[in-house]
Design a protein around this ligand. Sequence first.
Ligand SMILES: Cc1cc2nc3c(=O)[nH]c(=O)nc-3n(C[C@H](O)[C@H](O)[C@H](O)COP(=O)(O)O)c2cc1C
Length: 237
Amino acid sequence: MPGRAEAKEAEMTATTSNPNSPAALPDYAPVPPSAQGPALNEVRGGGDLHIAVILGSTRPGRLGEQVARWVIEHARHRTDAEFDLVDLVDYPLPHLDEPLPPNMGAYQNAHTQEWAAVIGRYDGFVFVTPEYNHSTSGVLKNAIDYLYAEWNNKAMGVVSYGAAGGARAAEHLRLIAGELQMADVRTNVALSLFTDFKDFSELAPAAYQTQALETMLGQVIAWSQALAPLRQAAQAS
Ligand SMILES: Cc1cc2nc3c(=O)[nH]c(=O)nc-3n(C[C@H](O)[C@H](O)[C@H](O)COP(=O)(O)O)c2cc1C
């Protein structure tokens, strides 16, 4: 039976329809094997810090997968942190069904405990978010709402995409981050569907976006490191 990584590779090669083009373009070509790179959820890089790239779109034909791959491929070159992909497709949480508020830390459902164990092991996060109706996706918001302490005292950065670079989704994530005691870094990688995707379907980011990504990754790593004493203090109390 194929593992998650193999299944994801197979998914990457599947031809999917393109609902993003206003001109209803025909199906876009699968990513050629030469351009696919390693499995999406492979552990990356080195160092003691562990950062999760959280892929916040789950719909069939999502552009988010290409965006997350681009982020991971750059992140893996860093030697100052390790990066994993956390794909929400792999964590099909129901609509929030915990009886107690998450800040009470009394998670009762097995799926919540599993999700808490996943998120709890990271020092920082990069959220890859689409813009849906001027905000982040419902699936990402739901996954965030499940937990509390696991997000606290960690850094976060955003890679957003949409007609206006997903800027409104990114700004909403900053508001959410504040409530969860996450430190949001300045740089937001905002990919435009018009200029950073060919035919609204194939990621082809402008050169400055790669620079912005590197800057953002550096900021997330630096702040994740800087917040380590707070995480340790919280753990000890
Ligand atoms: C439900 C829905 C709402 C959307 N709302 C917006 C929006 O408010 N602003 C925008 O720029 N794009 C919007 N879009 C377009 C998405 O940004 C675009 O389809 C993008 O590819 C979605 O990410 P995904 O392919 O990873 O799901 C919307 C798309 C969907 C499916």
